[in-house]
Design a protein around this ligand. Sequence first.
Ligand code: ATP
Length: 287
Amino acid sequence: MTSDTIPVTQTGATVLDARGVTMRFGGLTAVRDVDLQVNEGEIVGLIGPNGAGKTTLFNCMTGLYTPTDGKVNYKGKVLPARSHLVTQAGVARTFQNIRLFANMTVLENVLVGRHTRTKEGLWSALLRGPGFKRAERESEARAMELLEFTGLAEKRDHLARNLPYGEQRKLEIARALASEPGLLLLDEPTAGMNPQETRATQDLVFAIRDQGIAVLVIEHDMRFIFNLCDRVAVLVQGEKLVEGTAAQVQSDERVVAAYLGTPFEGAPGAEEAAEVAAAEHSKESDR
Ligand SMILES: Nc1ncnc2c1ncn2[C@@H]1O[C@H](COP(=O)(O)OP(=O)(O)OP(=O)(O)O)[C@@H](O)[C@H]1O
């Protein structure tokens, strides 16, 4: 393997432990033998060029895909292969393409996110007995706390589809938090945001971490990632190329090369790039 993990100061206990994760789609290996850990109290960034396999790795960590190889543990237990069970286990996520219930209110969207945490069963809900009503009141109180936390309380009765884009992303985060996770996975949380909204999202992620929730975040905005993260892993063509602090990753010439599209010797994709260069060279010399 060509990956290079630069030692950084170990923080709390390991929350997420992905080992040797590989995901193949037919002939395409989207993720290859990736190890990634997230520890308590950490914000970890996952970066890489388009198509590097970042979302596929998220999908492998949240039960949307069953990895072809490797395993993912959360707090010492293998994560189940179903997304709702992963959420129940304590791992919540947001999506690159916002997935809200557009015709439900802001509050209702957060209440939907709480269903993995409410114990009241189907009959209780249908009969609307005292247990159900109490649970409903508690859920609503918690949902309102989360709307205050994310700055959306005043919009509680607005339809999700009428929120500006930046607030829809915040609502996705509030909904994910409603499942009371120990780990939150954010897939491009600032996509489409203006600089002010991006800074607010940065503060929100710090506040989430301060509440004891570990965070793993995919993002293309490098300033956001390097300001935010304790540790950053770089995926290139499905493989982890480098992992380290923001300063270590920023100064690593292989990362710069991967983004500029000139892979180093031994880096994932270097062989193919060399073959293409050789073929182009021989074509030119034939002319
Ligand atoms: N369900 C799927 N079936 C087939 N190929 C897939 C599937 N999901 C992803 N891929 C392929 O796997 C590779 C990695 O895609 P992925 O979306 O994980 O990359 P990414 O790093 O998240 O990219 P981006 O930054 O553009 O979102 C791509 O070549 C993509 O086309």
